[in-house]
Structures are given as structure tokens and as C-alpha cells.
Design a binder for this molecule. Sequence first.
Ligand code: HOZ
Length: 434
Amino acid sequence: MTAQPTDRSDRLFERSTRVIPGGVNSPVRAFRAVGGVPRFVTRGHGAYIEDADGNHYIDYVGSWGPLIAGHAHPEVVRAVELAAARGSSFGAPTEAEAELAELVVEMIPSVEMVRFVSSGTEATMSALRIARGYTGRERVIKFDGCYHGHADAFLVSAGSGALSFGAPDSPGVTTGTARDTLCAPYNDLETVRRLFAEHPGEIACVIVEPYAGNMGLVLPQVGFLQGLREVTRAEGALLIFDEVISGLRVARGGAQEREGVMPDLTTLGKVIGGGLPVGAFGGRAEVMACLSPLGPVYQAGTLSGNPLAMAAGIATLRLLRDGGAYERLEALGARLERGLREVFARRGVRAQHARVGSVLCTFFAEQPVTDLRSAKRSDTERYAAYFHAMLARGVWLAPSQFEVAFVSLAHTESEIDTTLAAADDVLAALEAPA
Ligand code: HOZ
């Protein structure tokens, strides 16, 4: 294997760090959890991305989830071009908003009404505000290691970059805000029941990633999501599923369809925008009716429902709605998971593999991972070595043990098999005695 040139990326990073904190506009991109300098990307096509030095990679980050159809899918590109030619923003309603809303209502089982925003963070903070407005209560229960964007109320025991960089409780979040956010370990129903008992009539909602995808991938144990549904209903609180990652990704109807548990509110992002900035929150019509201008809970946005973003979302959801997309994603995800299990076993490397549909994670951990505490037992240095060796062989994984891998419709068996061959090589080299 010859060393890849990275001079241009190195120079671009140096330039960026002079004017952008850490050289990046979102912390996990900076490679700090794995060391080294991030590669700057110049283009993406299908399952591949190319960096500033002309290196090509099979991409399993997929812009952290949105690119379920792969990079620059011709139908998505065409839809955006057509929309851009008609004007990029009006600050007035358009037909495209109604169309994307209809698609979401059709696809996500519990959503009767939906509102679009520009990011997952906006979606979760707005859902929390509705839950508070609807119930007249202030506290929220979240789970350690779940990440719901960077609004203050959620930066308590948070996952994703906050976890990767060891700051799950961010400075800048006031004590008052943090006091209203109660935390429980993921998969721990007993703690949730105890919190309700300790704060009677005070808890507006429980928010959960039904498949936790920001501390690596941690799946719900049998009965956990059903239990949350029962306890919230009994206590008069709302249940919010944060499906920013899982919505339209793990099934047409997201995690709620796979698990058969219906939340009161759902937050969406990533896939719904097909690579453009879109978030959404929706749910029962009676709850959504609290929202201004129907009701008193205020929420607004100049670029909400932006025509370009709506066009990319509609094109992507049409690809997903019609014809076998989820079966294909399931088959590709299963092939990758099966192959990784074989390769790791053959090379004698203990790891925990998790997968749901086209979302995967390999923890360099000895014991099963069921919550944040067990996820944190992973050997992050070993992950970093694996990450860099895979990158050098042309496989682009997330630069943190606590993120996940995404397979897209643009991947084929050939990319999966090339990835498995690379993993086999890498593990053989990493495990060989020095
Ligand atoms: N929130 C994303 C990881 N779960 C990172 C987004 C980004 O860095 O682009």
C-alpha cells in the first residue's frame, strides 16, 4: 500500500483553522477523536467521495445520514436544479411544502401533521417546546448518550461530538436549564419510573432515539420502547421519538414502524432533506394544533420549507417510497455486518457488532453494549488505528468510535466486498506482532 498524498487537505485545514474554530463547522469532522488532519472533500458521486488530493474513498458517512440515495443522485440533482431556476426562497408557502408534508404523513405512521424547519436541532427544540406548551409542565427526561442536537436542554449527558470530546455537559448551559433535564441510562425503564415518581406532575415528555445512534449504535432491549409508551401515557406526559437518524432510514416508517410503538411526536432530519438542510417535527394533530398560528406555542423560520430543500426531500422520498429500496438497504447492510463479523472472528479481534437496516456500528469492546456506560468501555485507541488504516485503503468511516456507518442505495455488493477485504487486511496488520 502506498501512502496517500494529503498535502492539499493539510494546507486547506491550516487555512481554515485561522478563521474557523478548530477548522470545522461541526466538531466531529475535525478528526480530534482519532488524531490527524481531516481530509477536505471536493466531490461525491454515488457511493464514493473524492478529497482535495484526488484520493477516492468508499463513503460510509454519507454526510452523517442524509445521503440514503448516494452522492449527487441524478434525480435529486435535477429536482434541485429545477427548483433553483425558479427562485431559491420566497418566505411564502409553496406547493412543494404541501407535497413533502403529504409524503411524510403517508410514510411515518404516527404523524398526522408536520412542520418543516432547517435542521434536526431545530426540530427537537421545537418538539420540546410543544410538549411543554401542551402539558404545562417543564421537565424532560432524556437518556445518557442520546443526542438530540445542540439546543441547551439536550446538552446534558449528550452523545455524538459532545461524547467524542468528553464534554457531555456543555459549559454555557445554565444551571436552571440543566435542572429541568433529567437523565436515565438507555434501556433502563426502572430509572424512568423512579424519575416520574420523584417529580409527580412535572415531566412534560420523555425524548429518546428509538435506536440510539450517537454513542455508536445501541439498540433498544425488548420492552424498553413499549415501556416508555406505557409510562408516559399513564403519567400524562408526551413521548417523543427522535428519528432524525432512524426516520425514513431503517424503514419507510422509521423505528416506530419496525418496533410497533407510536410516539406522540416525532422529529426528523437528515434523509428527509436528501442532503439539503431540512428538519421536521410532527405528530398527533391535536398536539400539533398547539403550534402558532393555530395555537399559542411559537416557532418560526425564514428558510423553513425552503424550495430547494423541499425539492431534494421530495425526490429522495419518492426514490424510497417506490420499489424495493428498503429491501435493498437491508440486504446490503446484512452483507456488510455478516462479513465484518467473519473478518473480526477470523483475525481474533473481539468486537461488538450492531446493525439495524443500513445503519451499522462496530464497537472495539469485549462485552455487549447496551447503554452509554458499556459503550464507553470501547477501546477508542484501537478504533482510531482501525479508522486510519481503513482510510488509507480507501474506506471512509466516521472519525469517532461513537458514531455509526451508513450504507446507501448507491453501494453495491462490490463496494461491500472491497470494504471487507480492506478490513481483513487492516486487522491482520493491526494484530500482527510488532
Ligand atoms: N451530528 C452528527 C453526528 N451524529 C455530526 C454532523 C456533522 O459533523 O456534520
